[in-house]
Design a protein around this ligand. Structure first.
Ligand code: SF4
Length: 229
Protein backbone atom coordinates (compact mmCIF):
# COMPACT_ATOMS: atom_id res chain seq x y z
CA UNK A 1 0.00 0.00 0.00
CA UNK A 2 1.24 3.55 -0.74
CA UNK A 3 1.07 6.55 1.58
CA UNK A 4 -1.22 8.60 -0.64
CA UNK A 5 -4.50 9.75 0.84
CA UNK A 6 -7.61 10.25 -1.26
CA UNK A 7 -10.26 12.91 -0.73
CA UNK A 8 -13.63 11.19 -1.09
CA UNK A 9 -17.00 12.93 -1.12
CA UNK A 10 -19.13 9.81 -0.64
CA UNK A 11 -19.19 6.04 -1.04
CA UNK A 12 -22.38 4.02 -1.53
CA UNK A 13 -23.69 0.77 -2.95
CA UNK A 14 -26.33 0.96 -5.67
CA UNK A 15 -27.04 0.05 -9.30
CA UNK A 16 -25.15 1.68 -12.15
CA UNK A 17 -27.89 3.73 -13.78
CA UNK A 18 -26.36 4.76 -17.09
CA UNK A 19 -24.72 3.48 -20.25
CA UNK A 20 -23.56 0.00 -21.14
CA UNK A 21 -23.31 -1.20 -17.53
CA UNK A 22 -26.80 0.05 -16.56
CA UNK A 23 -28.44 -2.21 -14.02
CA UNK A 24 -25.19 -3.65 -12.65
CA UNK A 25 -24.74 -3.49 -8.86
CA UNK A 26 -21.72 -1.37 -7.99
CA UNK A 27 -20.00 0.46 -5.19
CA UNK A 28 -19.80 4.11 -6.22
CA UNK A 29 -16.83 6.05 -4.93
CA UNK A 30 -17.18 9.77 -5.59
CA UNK A 31 -13.84 11.57 -5.54
CA UNK A 32 -13.84 15.21 -4.48
CA UNK A 33 -12.94 18.04 -6.86
CA UNK A 34 -13.20 18.59 -10.61
CA UNK A 35 -10.86 20.39 -13.00
CA UNK A 36 -13.77 21.93 -14.96
CA UNK A 37 -15.73 23.57 -12.11
CA UNK A 38 -15.04 24.41 -8.48
CA UNK A 39 -18.42 22.93 -7.54
CA UNK A 40 -19.83 26.13 -6.04
CA UNK A 41 -22.84 27.98 -7.46
CA UNK A 42 -20.87 31.23 -7.21
CA UNK A 43 -18.35 29.76 -9.65
CA UNK A 44 -20.80 28.27 -12.17
CA UNK A 45 -20.81 31.25 -14.55
CA UNK A 46 -17.01 31.02 -14.95
CA UNK A 47 -16.90 27.21 -15.09
CA UNK A 48 -15.73 25.37 -18.21
CA UNK A 49 -18.50 22.85 -17.49
CA UNK A 50 -21.59 24.77 -16.40
CA UNK A 51 -24.46 22.24 -16.30
CA UNK A 52 -23.21 19.88 -13.58
CA UNK A 53 -25.84 18.49 -11.19
CA UNK A 54 -23.43 16.68 -8.85
CA UNK A 55 -22.19 17.78 -5.43
CA UNK A 56 -18.53 16.78 -5.31
CA UNK A 57 -17.26 19.45 -2.91
CA UNK A 58 -15.53 18.37 0.28
CA UNK A 59 -15.65 15.05 2.11
CA UNK A 60 -18.91 15.38 4.03
CA UNK A 61 -21.13 12.90 2.17
CA UNK A 62 -22.10 9.34 3.11
CA UNK A 63 -18.88 7.55 4.20
CA UNK A 64 -16.89 10.53 2.89
CA UNK A 65 -13.45 11.30 4.25
CA UNK A 66 -9.72 11.41 3.56
CA UNK A 67 -8.49 7.84 3.28
CA UNK A 68 -5.40 5.79 2.61
CA UNK A 69 -5.80 3.03 0.04
CA UNK A 70 -6.09 0.46 2.83
CA UNK A 71 -8.81 2.44 4.62
CA UNK A 72 -10.70 2.97 1.39
CA UNK A 73 -10.59 -0.71 0.51
CA UNK A 74 -11.88 -1.69 3.93
CA UNK A 75 -14.93 0.52 3.39
CA UNK A 76 -15.55 -0.68 -0.15
CA UNK A 77 -15.23 -4.35 0.81
CA UNK A 78 -17.63 -3.77 3.70
CA UNK A 79 -20.31 -2.50 1.32
CA UNK A 80 -20.18 -5.49 -1.03
CA UNK A 81 -22.81 -8.11 -0.15
CA UNK A 82 -21.50 -11.63 0.52
CA UNK A 83 -17.94 -10.47 -0.10
CA UNK A 84 -15.69 -13.46 -0.71
CA UNK A 85 -18.46 -15.67 -2.10
CA UNK A 86 -17.46 -16.22 -5.73
CA UNK A 87 -20.96 -17.37 -6.60
CA UNK A 88 -22.23 -13.84 -5.98
CA UNK A 89 -20.42 -12.32 -8.98
CA UNK A 90 -17.37 -10.10 -9.39
CA UNK A 91 -17.27 -7.12 -7.03
CA UNK A 92 -17.47 -3.91 -9.05
CA UNK A 93 -16.49 -0.35 -8.16
CA UNK A 94 -17.21 2.80 -10.17
CA UNK A 95 -14.79 5.65 -9.47
CA UNK A 96 -16.60 8.86 -10.25
CA UNK A 97 -16.60 12.47 -9.19
CA UNK A 98 -15.99 15.31 -9.65
CA UNK A 99 -13.08 14.18 -11.77
CA UNK A 100 -11.65 10.96 -10.34
CA UNK A 101 -8.50 11.04 -12.49
CA UNK A 102 -7.26 13.99 -10.44
CA UNK A 103 -6.58 11.42 -7.70
CA UNK A 104 -7.04 7.82 -8.84
CA UNK A 105 -3.65 6.17 -9.39
CA UNK A 106 -2.28 2.75 -10.31
CA UNK A 107 -1.49 1.92 -6.70
CA UNK A 108 -5.13 2.26 -5.67
CA UNK A 109 -6.27 0.33 -8.74
CA UNK A 110 -3.79 -2.45 -7.91
CA UNK A 111 -5.06 -2.55 -4.33
CA UNK A 112 -8.66 -2.81 -5.54
CA UNK A 113 -7.66 -5.62 -7.88
CA UNK A 114 -5.98 -7.43 -4.99
CA UNK A 115 -9.32 -7.13 -3.21
CA UNK A 116 -10.86 -8.76 -6.32
CA UNK A 117 -12.75 -5.68 -7.49
CA UNK A 118 -13.28 -4.85 -11.13
CA UNK A 119 -12.49 -1.13 -11.45
CA UNK A 120 -14.41 1.32 -13.64
CA UNK A 121 -13.96 5.07 -13.99
CA UNK A 122 -16.27 7.82 -15.21
CA UNK A 123 -14.18 10.73 -16.43
CA UNK A 124 -14.47 13.89 -18.48
CA UNK A 125 -11.53 12.59 -20.53
CA UNK A 126 -9.27 15.62 -20.07
CA UNK A 127 -6.61 13.79 -18.07
CA UNK A 128 -4.57 10.67 -18.86
CA UNK A 129 -5.74 7.47 -17.18
CA UNK A 130 -3.50 5.30 -15.00
CA UNK A 131 -2.81 1.74 -16.08
CA UNK A 132 -5.01 -1.13 -15.05
CA UNK A 133 -8.56 0.19 -15.35
CA UNK A 134 -11.11 -2.43 -16.39
CA UNK A 135 -13.72 -0.05 -17.76
CA UNK A 136 -13.34 3.57 -18.90
CA UNK A 137 -16.33 5.77 -19.60
CA UNK A 138 -15.46 9.15 -21.13
CA UNK A 139 -18.03 11.93 -20.95
CA UNK A 140 -16.65 14.89 -22.95
CA UNK A 141 -17.54 18.46 -22.13
CA UNK A 142 -17.59 21.52 -24.40
CA UNK A 143 -14.41 23.60 -24.37
CA UNK A 144 -12.45 20.84 -22.67
CA UNK A 145 -9.95 18.96 -24.85
CA UNK A 146 -10.32 15.18 -24.64
CA UNK A 147 -6.94 13.45 -24.28
CA UNK A 148 -8.37 10.01 -23.51
CA UNK A 149 -9.12 8.91 -27.06
CA UNK A 150 -9.50 5.21 -26.32
CA UNK A 151 -12.18 3.95 -23.94
CA UNK A 152 -14.86 1.33 -23.50
CA UNK A 153 -17.72 3.77 -23.58
CA UNK A 154 -18.20 7.31 -24.80
CA UNK A 155 -21.16 8.96 -23.09
CA UNK A 156 -21.98 12.41 -24.35
CA UNK A 157 -24.54 14.64 -22.67
CA UNK A 158 -26.71 16.07 -25.44
CA UNK A 159 -27.15 18.70 -26.67
CA UNK A 160 -24.04 20.74 -25.99
CA UNK A 161 -23.77 23.20 -28.89
CA UNK A 162 -19.97 23.27 -28.60
CA UNK A 163 -19.63 19.52 -28.13
CA UNK A 164 -21.74 17.82 -30.76
CA UNK A 165 -21.48 14.07 -31.46
CA UNK A 166 -19.60 14.44 -34.77
CA UNK A 167 -16.65 15.92 -32.88
CA UNK A 168 -16.12 12.66 -30.99
CA UNK A 169 -16.70 9.97 -33.58
CA UNK A 170 -12.91 9.55 -34.03
CA UNK A 171 -12.61 8.25 -30.48
CA UNK A 172 -11.88 4.56 -30.19
CA UNK A 173 -14.86 3.31 -28.15
CA UNK A 174 -16.91 0.11 -28.06
CA UNK A 175 -20.11 2.02 -27.25
CA UNK A 176 -21.32 5.47 -28.24
CA UNK A 177 -24.07 6.85 -26.01
CA UNK A 178 -26.00 10.09 -26.01
CA UNK A 179 -27.63 11.07 -22.75
CA UNK A 180 -30.23 13.85 -22.57
CA UNK A 181 -29.04 16.87 -20.65
CA UNK A 182 -30.85 17.22 -17.32
CA UNK A 183 -31.44 20.69 -15.98
CA UNK A 184 -29.08 21.16 -13.05
CA UNK A 185 -31.81 23.16 -11.29
CA UNK A 186 -34.21 20.22 -11.27
CA UNK A 187 -33.10 18.98 -7.84
CA UNK A 188 -33.91 22.34 -6.37
CA UNK A 189 -37.09 23.32 -8.19
CA UNK A 190 -38.51 20.01 -9.34
CA UNK A 191 -42.02 21.40 -9.64
CA UNK A 192 -40.98 24.17 -12.01
CA UNK A 193 -42.77 23.51 -15.31
CA UNK A 194 -39.93 25.04 -17.33
CA UNK A 195 -37.50 22.47 -15.92
CA UNK A 196 -39.75 19.57 -16.89
CA UNK A 197 -40.19 21.08 -20.34
CA UNK A 198 -36.44 21.41 -20.81
CA UNK A 199 -35.79 17.79 -19.79
CA UNK A 200 -38.58 16.49 -22.03
CA UNK A 201 -37.23 18.61 -24.83
CA UNK A 202 -33.65 17.39 -24.54
CA UNK A 203 -34.85 13.79 -24.35
CA UNK A 204 -36.84 14.24 -27.56
CA UNK A 205 -33.85 15.85 -29.28
CA UNK A 206 -31.55 13.04 -28.16
CA UNK A 207 -33.97 10.36 -29.31
CA UNK A 208 -34.27 12.03 -32.70
CA UNK A 209 -30.49 12.27 -33.10
CA UNK A 210 -30.00 8.57 -32.26
CA UNK A 211 -32.66 7.52 -34.75
CA UNK A 212 -30.95 9.59 -37.46
CA UNK A 213 -27.41 8.49 -36.48
CA UNK A 214 -27.57 4.84 -35.39
CA UNK A 215 -23.92 4.79 -34.31
CA UNK A 216 -25.27 6.45 -31.17
CA UNK A 217 -27.42 4.76 -28.54
CA UNK A 218 -29.73 6.44 -26.05
CA UNK A 219 -28.64 6.39 -22.41
CA UNK A 220 -31.18 7.33 -19.77
CA UNK A 221 -30.42 8.04 -16.13
CA UNK A 222 -32.41 5.04 -14.92
CA UNK A 223 -31.40 5.64 -11.28
CA UNK A 224 -33.30 8.94 -11.45
CA UNK A 225 -36.29 7.23 -13.04
CA UNK A 226 -36.17 4.64 -10.24
CA UNK A 227 -35.69 7.27 -7.55
CA UNK A 228 -32.47 5.70 -6.21
CA UNK A 229 -29.01 7.25 -5.67
S1 SF4 B 1 -16.85 17.51 -15.69
FE1 SF4 B 1 -18.38 16.23 -14.64
S2 SF4 B 1 -18.03 16.51 -12.43
FE2 SF4 B 1 -16.91 18.15 -13.51
S3 SF4 B 1 -18.31 19.88 -13.49
FE3 SF4 B 1 -18.66 18.78 -15.42
S4 SF4 B 1 -20.33 17.29 -15.03
FE4 SF4 B 1 -19.55 18.02 -13.04
Amino acid sequence: MNNTHYRIKEIFYTLQGEGAQAGRPAVFCRFSKCNLWNGRESGRAEAICDFCDTDFVGTDGQLGGIYSAAELINIVVGLWPHYGNDNEGTPYIVCTGGEPLLQLDSELIDSLHQARFEVAVETNGTLPAPDGLDWICVSPKANAKVVLTSCNELKLVYPQPLAMPEQFEHIDAQHFYLQPMADYRSEFIATDRSVHNLSANTTAQTLAYCLQHPKWKLSLQTHKLLGID
